[in-house]
Design a protein around this ligand. Structure first.
Ligand code: S3P
Length: 182
C-alpha cells in the first residue's frame, strides 16, 4: 500500500470522523481537505460555491489536494470533499498519489446521518428531513458511485437496519486492521 491515504465517499460517510480516529490510532497526521480549502481560500466550500460557483470550486479544490500532496510527509490520512473524486481525472490523481478508500453506505443511512448534522454548510439539504434528504441524494449517489468505486479499497459500512452511533469507530477499526496487515 502506498501513502498517503485518501478517504472518499458521499457527504455524511464519516470521512472526517473516521479519518481523525484512524490517524489518532496510527499516530499519523490528519488533514480535512474542506478545512484546508477554507484556510487557503478564506471561505468554507459551501460559501465559496455560493459565491463563485461549483466549477471554480472544483478547480481550486483540485489544486488544494495536489499542492498538499507535494509535502514531503507520507503518513497522512486525508478526508476528501464528497464531490472531489467525480471531477475530471481526480480519481486517477488519487490513485497515483497514494491509496484511496471508499466509505460506502446505503443511501438511507447517509440520509439519516446527514439529518443529524448542521445542514447550514450543505445548502442543498438545508431544512430537509431524512426522507427529503434521501430524495436529493439518491440520484446523486447513483451518478457518483462509478467514480467512488474506482477506489483501491471499498469499505462497506454496517448494513443493519438501525444505526447505533458506533459505525464510525467500526470503520476506523476496519481500516486500521487493513493498513496494519498490509
Ligand atoms: C461536496 C461535499 C463537501 C464539500 C462541498 C461539496 C459535494 O464535502 O467539499 O460542499 O459535492 O459532495 P463533505 O463530503 O466533506 O461534506
Amino acid at each position: 500500500m502506498t501513502y498517503p491515504i485518501y478517504l472518499i465517499g458521499y457527504m455524511g460517510a464519516g470521512k472526517t470522523t473516521v479519518g481523525r480516529l484512524l490517524a489518532e490510532r496510527l499516530g499519523w497526521h490528519f488533514v480535512d481537505l474542506d478545512d484546508a480549502f477554507h484556510e487557503i481560500h478564506g471561505l468554507s466550500p459551501a460559501d465559496y460555491i455560493r459565491t463563485y460557483g461549483i466549477e471554480s470550486f472544483r478547480r481550486k479544490e483540485k489544486y488544494v489536494l495536489e499542492d498538499l500532496a507535494e509535502l514531503p510527509i507520507e503518513k497522512v490520512i486525508y478526508a476528501t470533499g464528497g464531490g472531489y473524486p467525480c471531477w475530471e481525472d481526480n480519481m486517477e490523481c488519487l490513485k497515483e498519489l497514494g491509496t484511496s478508500f471508499y466509505l460506502r453506505w446505503q443511501p438511507h443511512h447517509l440520509a439519516e446521518r446527514l439529518a443529524l448534522t448542521d445542514l447550514n454548510e450543505r445548502p442543498l439539504l438545508h431544512g430537509k428531513d431524512a426522507t427529503e434528504i434521501l430524495e436529493v441524494i439518491r440520484p446523486q449517489l447513483e451518478a457518483r458511485s462509478p467514480f467512488y468505486e474506482q477506489a483501491d479499497y471499498i469499505i462497506d459500512a454496517p448494513v443493519e437496519d438501525t444505526l447505533d452511533g458506533s459505525e464510525d469507530e467500526q470503520l476506523a477499526e476496519q481500516l486500521y486492521e487493513l493498513i496494519m496487515t498490509d
